[in-house]
Ligand binder design. Sequence first.
Ligand SMILES: Cc1ncc(COP(=O)(O)O)c(C=O)c1O
Length: 378
Amino acid sequence: MSQRKIPVMIPMLGEEEAQAAADAVRSGWVAQGPRVARFEQEFAATVGAQHGVAVSSCTTALHLALVLQGIGAGDEVVVPSLSFIATANAVRYVGATPVFADVDLATGNLTAETIDAVRTARTRSVIAVHQGGVPFDTAALRKAADGWGIGLVEDAACAAGSTAYGQPAGAGARIAAWSFHPRKLITTGEGGMVTVDDAEWATRLRRLREHGMNVSAADRHASAQPVLEAYLETAYNYRMTDIQAAVGLVQLGRLAGLVAQRRELAARYHELLAEIDGLVPVRDPAYGQTNYQSFWVLLDGFGAARDEVLAELAAQGVSARRGIMAAHLEPAYADVTAGPLPVTERLTRDSLILPLHHALTADDQAHIVGVLRDLARR
Ligand SMILES: Cc1ncc(COP(=O)(O)O)c(C=O)c1O
């Protein structure tokens, strides 16, 4: 057995992040405050949006997006089953019904056709995911949603640094939700963001994440005179802390470099994997570029089954993962009658995610591909 241990992902955190977090602590302001405000502005500018509203996770960002759209009991929201389960869960948080649509085999993403196939008179919105960083066709889906007169929430949890039509993936989105979980390119430990272009929506989102208050705790604190806040609606505590935002600001400065490095590593994987039959690695779609948040490989006529491949990689010190999960196959969604989802089921059954992170070396990649080559020869 190999001594080597190659993790699937390592967050890129350095001394600068530690210093920034320490500075926030020493400042005495650790709750949502000036660093969160700066992080919101800088993140929104980076992803091509007018406003950013920082929240505690992408899950809470998705929840607020649906609250903002006024989705509730009796409504249906189309989602890909092929996604982390938080995408479907957000629909249930507002009392609506998730309806699963199938995805495109190459990108893992919803298309206008797969959405249309499950759309009903009760469909109020769609949550489309930029799958593992691979952008969905933003032009096609935004146009289709507008044409049908329904909302479109863009689940950009994995997509910081991805592009579509030459712009950041979130640019031009009505509403997009982002994650800063450590499996993503940039992290704040836990954390998320909602980005919007509409100023009134941003104001409502700020209120929704902070108990429905008409004035933030930071603004109250800054005022020389006592401010009597009002609670305008029943809302949530989904705030991000200034310690997290301090880390996020440093991480944001690393984003472009991380994307470039991941794309180089992905190109090397493509070169090495091309020699092995039966493996189809994820690639850029025609209209955009992935940040390769997940480098997944579809087994297509490969000699070994997915779980056998994962087990052999693990035995050789390589921590790979199953491909993206399918919510409709989980016990939590056993009561949902989903239509046929053949592509979703194939992708979730026959794909795996290979290690990709800033510390991955050419030697590591050769080792990983070597394990796959040996398996193919068996
Ligand atoms: C597509 C997608 N949506 C939502 C989430 C939830 O993100 P968070 O962990 O920040 O709540 C994830 C997390 O992996 C995700 O991949």
